[in-house]
Design a protein around this ligand. Structure first.
Ligand code: RP5
Length: 176
């Protein structure tokens, strides 16, 4: 099933022709973490869609999504998976769009398995891999925003404001 979430609307089930970012995850169990990606993209007003599809369980759907993403206007794919996490690599195999991989924290190895499976792509097909779990999910959105912002001055301005806000918070932090 193709599941779209945009602006936290879990009811919509169709692909969004205006999406700039496709957020893909291997299982619904990844959504708790990947919600952070969607929330950050929404915060910056970046149109996106979120789907559950798997390199193992729905290989045809995954390759079809990646293979048609560019023609549908998607500019960046964020792919999250855990364990033997091939999803980002499979996405990258089917598109020349930038693919950002987010390793999910796994029960067995705390995400080290996911990290290595996502990051260790052989030369020729790159996947830009973020940190394990929620930090990676958040940063995947911010990296996607930074890439999009290179040709969108308004988005770049928002990104600078976001950084300034973070800096201000740290500078104003006081300890008891
Ligand atoms: C991966 O297997 C998913 O990305 C998920 O992180 C992991 C476990 O999936 P479930 O068994 O929770 O569906 O494909």
């Amino acid at each position: 099933m193709v599941r779209q979430r945009q602006s936290e609307n879990p009811k919509s089930e169709t692909r969004n022709p205006k999406s700039l970012v496709g957020v893909i995850m291997g299982s619904k169990s990844d959504w708790e973490t990947m919600r952070a990606t969607s929330e950050m993209l929404t915060r910056f007003g970046v149109a996106h869609e979120c789907h559950v599809m798997s390199a193992h369980r729905t290989p045809a759907l995954a390759s079809e999504f990646a293979g048609t993403a560019e023609s549908r206007g998607i500019e960046i794919i964020i792919a999250a998976a855990g364990g033997a996490a091939h999803l980002a690599g499979v996405m990258a195999a089917h598109t020349v769009l930038p693919v950002l991989g987010v390793p999910m924290k796994s029960d067995a190895l705390n995400g080290l398995d996911s990290l290595l499976a996502t990051v260790q792509m052989p030369a020729g097909i790159p996947v830009a891999t973020l940190a394990i779990g929620k930090a990676g999910a958040t940063n995947a959105a911010l990296l996607a925003i930074a890439i999009l912002a290179s040709s969108r001055p308004a988005l770049r301005k928002k990104l600078r404001a976001f950084r300034a806000e973070q800096e201000k918070k740290i500078r104003e932090t006081t300890l008891d």
